[in-house]
Design a protein around this ligand. Structure first.
Ligand code: KIV
Length: 297
């Protein structure tokens, strides 16, 4: 049974999100399946089908093995569950970096095959040409700068960005380049508050922070982190709003105990066969006197 408490009437579009610059903060969560999208949809502005699904759904140790087909399958599932929120799907590693034409082919498949509103891609100055190429061809792009998980091999780990003056300038230049190229918003991940604040001040499009302070125009979290479903590790920037992992474990223990004790299924879980249903019990011949029928249990 759904516990939905409010159902906003109108779908959130890409221009709506863009117009939220400096206004009420944009609420964003990741989603990967239809049922979860249905739970989140009335309460958020943006559902991000993040390539984080590689880690929290598929159990990979990074987002790098995620394929375009995986993103399309999950993107379509989330779009089916979203009546209100704007749906954005991540372009996975190696699907867009080689050339703007590659990026267009990948993004066009995502838009056409999932019903999503936009794509997100990671990268700064070096991806500006690609963002401009997509935007000019009516593919809305959400940028992603700061800590970029698809660059984990090159950067040598998940490192907070902008702690030195030089690196802070790089994050700012990356965000500005992507916005100038036509991104309708920019995710800013894993950076210090002064950098997030300055980038938010400089950009005319909204910044959506994750581990980047409340100075951003919106916030995003990985839903499995904030609900306590994914517990392999919890990044410092995550606030846990529930401990569903423990609830799942308790529920499964109760189910296992019920099955073992035959408490489940109970009478209320059985299909009725109608008052006249009589299944003749077949016993080996010679075990009953001729003419007598066995009683139903
Ligand atoms: O993949 C993802 O879920 C993301 C968010 C963490 C921003 O990119």
């Amino acid at each position: 049974m759904s516990t939905v408490t409010s159902v906003p009437a109108k779908p959130v579009t890409v221009p709506d999100l863009r117009a939220r610059k400096g206004g009420t903060p944009i609420v964003c969560l990741t989603a990967y399946t239809t049922p979860m999208a249905r739970h989140l949809d009335p309460h958020v502005d943006l559902l991000l089908v993040g390539d984080s699904l590689g880690m929290v759904v598929y159990g990979f140790d990074s987002t790098l093995p995620v394929t375009l087909d995986m993103m399309i399958a999950h993107g379509a599932a989330v779009a089916r569950g979203a009546a209100h929120a704007c749906v954005v799907v991540d372009l996975p590693f190696a699907s867009y970096q080689a050339s703007p034409a590659d990026a267009y082919r990948a993004a066009a498949r995502v838009i056409a095959e999932t019903g999503a509103d936009a794509v997100k891609l990671e990268g700064g100055v070096e991806m500006a040409e690609t963002v401009a190429f997509l935007a000019a061809r009516d593919i809305p792009v959400l940028g992603h700068v700061g800590l970029m998980p698809q660059s984990v091999r090159a950067s040598g780990g998940y490192k907070i960005r902008g702690r030195s003056e030089k690196d802070a300038e790089q994050v700012l230049a990356d965000g500005e380049a992507i916005a100038a190229a036509g991104a309708f918003g920019v995710v800013v991940e894993g950076t210090v508050e002064p950098v997030a604040r300055e980038l938010t001040r400089r950009l005319k499009v909204p910044t959506i922070g994750i581990g980047a302070s409340a100075a951003c125009d919106g916030q995003v979290l990985v839903v499995d982190d904030m609900l306590g479903v994914f517990t392999d590790f919890t990044p410092k920037f995550v606030k846990r709003y529930a401990d569903l992992g423990s609830e799942i474990e308790a529920a499964v223990k109760a189910y296992a105990s019920d099955v073992r004790s035959r408490a489940f299924p109970a009478d209320e879980h059985l299909f009725g066969g109608g008052p006249s249903l009589q299944i003749p019990v077949q016993l080996p011949s010679g075990t009953l006197p001729t003419g007598k029928s066995p009683k139903r249990a």
